[in-house]
Every structure is written in structure tokens, then in C-alpha cells.
Design a protein around this ligand. Structure first.
Ligand SMILES: NC(=O)c1ccc[n+]([C@@H]2O[C@H](COP(=O)([O-])OP(=O)(O)OC[C@H]3O[C@@H](n4cnc5c(N)ncnc54)[C@H](OP(=O)(O)O)[C@@H]3O)[C@@H](O)[C@H]2O)c1
Length: 279
């Protein structure tokens, strides 16, 4: 029987610390959403609701699809200069006509709650980050909580996206208590993908393809972290097929695995941003 790695207990632990901190300090999270991407609207509503629950003021800036890169950067500059704003995120993906890079570069690094600014990714690469992108950090918290430390393990990550795969590869390979793994990062140019994934002690699938990863690619007894999240036929499913999960010694379910940790770690980042400013 595989162990099911539920995100809720880990998220609760993080959120109770954030709640305690927010009782003593005024924290404000500004969320910028452009257009009407369906999944993004759902994610943003979770973030707003959870922020309110823990006592963080959350302000939504919902901009029309026609917003230009310059207009968006103008708003970001304004929030950079607004002292009440502890941190901000720009909900990704942006509409195709907007430059994601220019937009993320415009966020002041000390207000970058998603830790996607090049300065923050640079600190992460050096093992000096004080906060990290929420989903990869949530995965680290999950592994540590369930006593599955990545040190000495071979971690194979499928997907090198900006939000998940790339920062996770950096985190897990650093010479830090949360890292010290041997990391292989796979993507669309990887040949014979399953020859790598079958070597994984910990397999992370962050590709964005519903029920795509099959049992053929799994070493029996591996730990599987399924990051994908898709709405299909009225239910949520991940990137990994159920037959593949059944081979694992432990796996994250979808829903209820990595998802709750993404929101908890984002809000925890607000606490970290505030602490960083007060130092
Ligand atoms: N649970 C949560 O809270 C949460 C949070 C964030 C994201 N997600 C989910 O996580 C998934 C990944 O997110 P992301 O933002 O990192 O995605 P992304 O930026 O679109 O990256 C997807 C990655 O998958 C790789 N890929 C696609 N097809 C592949 C294939 N056939 N073989 C090997 N690699 C392949 C791509 O490779 P190339 O680079 O070569 O194109 C790319 O690196 C999505 O399903 C997203 O919804 C979940």
C-alpha cells in the first residue's frame, strides 16, 4: 500500500505560523490578474480567501485582457512605491501579447512574493534565498514533513518550467539541509525520458498534461510528487496516471497534495518579506 502524502496537515502548520505573525504585524498582498484565464481566476480566489482567513489583507487588481505591458509595469511601479504593500504577485500565465519577463523584472525584489525576479532566483541558485517560489518550496516542506529528506536521493524532475521545475531543481541540489539531492531535470528535448525517470528515488512530474505519465516510467517504491492540476469532466486530476501512482511507496494526491501547499507557502512568503524588511 502506498502512503498518501496529503498537503493539508503541512499547510495547516505553515498557516498557523503565518496567522500568529499576522496578528502582530500588518501584512498586505496585492494580486494582479490580467484577463479571464479560467484556472487563474480559481487560483486567485483561493489565494484571496486564504489570505483573509489568516489575517492578511489581500487586494486584487483585475485588469482587462487588453492591458499593455507598459500599463501593467506602471501599476507594478506604483505598488513598489506604496509602503502599505508588503508583497505582490502577478498571476501567470499572462495573455500572449504581454512580456512575462519585462513584467516580472519590474517587481521590486523585496516585494516579490512569488520569488520569480532574477535577483531572487539568483539568490536561490546560491543557496542564499530567504524565500522561494511557492510551489517548489511547498514540495520541499512536504518531503521534510513526511520524513522523506531529499539528501543523497536521486530526484528526477520532469518539466523545467519557470514556476516549478527549474526553481525546484535549484532548491533540491543546494548544499543545504533541504537539498543535497542528485537532481536530473528532464524536458521535451530529453531522449528516452523513462530511462531517467526509472532511476528516480523521488520523481516529480510538473509538465501540465492530464494523466500523461505512465507506470512504465516508474521504479517500484519511488516517491511520486504529482504537481499537475487539471479540471476534466468536473473533477481535478494530475499529470500522473493512477497505475503509476500505485507503484509508489508514497505519492501526492490530486487534489489535496501539492495544491494546498502552494497557497500556504505564498502567504508564508509575505511573512518572510516582512521579516526581511524589518531586519
Ligand atoms: N499544484 C499547484 O499548486 C501548481 C502550481 C503551479 C503549477 N502547477 C501545475 O504544474 C504543471 C507545470 O507548471 P509549469 O508552470 O512549470 O509549466 P510550464 O512552464 O508550462 O512547463 C512545463 C514543462 O513541461 C515540459 N514538458 C512538456 N511536455 C513534455 C514532454 N512530453 N516530455 C518532457 N517534458 C515535457 C516542458 O518542456 P520544455 O521546456 O522543453 O517545453 C516544460 O519545461 C502545470 O500542470 C501546472 O498547472 C500546479
Amino acid at each position: 500500500m502506498s502512503q498518501i502524502l496529503r498537503g493539508a496537515p503541512v499547510a495547516q502548520k505553515i498557516l498557523s505560523e503565518v496567522t500568529e505573525y499576522a496578528r502582530q504585524h500588518k501584512l498586505r498582498l496585492d494580486i494582479i490578474l490580467v484577463g479571464h484565464h479560467e484556472a487563474s481566476q480559481i487560483y486567485v480566489s483561493h489565494k484571496l480567501r486564504q489570505a483573509e482567513k489568516v489575517g492578511i489583507k489581500a487586494v486584487l487588481h483585475h485588469l482587462p485582457e487588453s492591458t499593455t505591458t507598459q500599463e501593467l509595469i506602471g501599476l507594478i511601479h506604483h505598488l513598489n512605491e506604496t509602503p502599505e504593500v508588503t508583497g505582490m504577485i502577478v498571476q501567470l500565465p499572462l495573455p500572449a501579447h504581454l512580456s512575462e519577463e519585462k513584467v516580472l523584472d519590474a517587481i521590486a525584489p523585496h516585494k516579490d512574493a512569488d520569488a520569480l525576479h532574477p535577483a531572487n532566483i539568483g539568490l536561490l541558485a546560491q543557496g542564499r534565498a530567504k524565500w522561494a517560489p511557492a510551489t517548489p518550496w511547498g514540495i520541499v516542506e512536504m518531503l521534510l514533513h513526511y520524513n522523506l529528506p531529499p539528501a543523497r536521493k536521486h530526484v528526477v524532475i520532469v518539466g523545467r518550467g519557470r514556476l516549478v521545475g527549474t526553481p525546484l531543481a535549484l532548491l533540491l541540489s543546494r548544499p543545504m539541509a533541504y537539498g543535497n539531492a542528485t537532481v536530473t531535470l528532464c524536458h521535451t528535448y530529453t531522449e528516452n525520458l523513462y530511462s531517467y525517470t526509472r532511476q528516480a528515488d523521488i520523481l516529480v512530474v510538473a509538465v501540465g498534461r492530464p494523466h500523461w505519465f505512465s507506470a512504465e516510467g516508474v521504479k517500484a517504491g519511488a516517491v511520486i510528487i504529482d504537481v499537475g492540476i487539471h479540471r476534466e469532466g468536473g473533477r481535478l486530476i494530475g499529470d500522473v496516471q493512477p497505475e503509476a501512482l500505485s507503484l509508489a511507496s508514497a505519492y501526492t494526491p490530486v487534489p489535496g497534495g501539492v495544491g494546498p501547499l502552494t497557497v500556504a507557502c505564498l502567504l508564508d512568503n509575505l511573512r518572510r518579506l516582512h521579516q526581511n524588511l524589518s531586519q
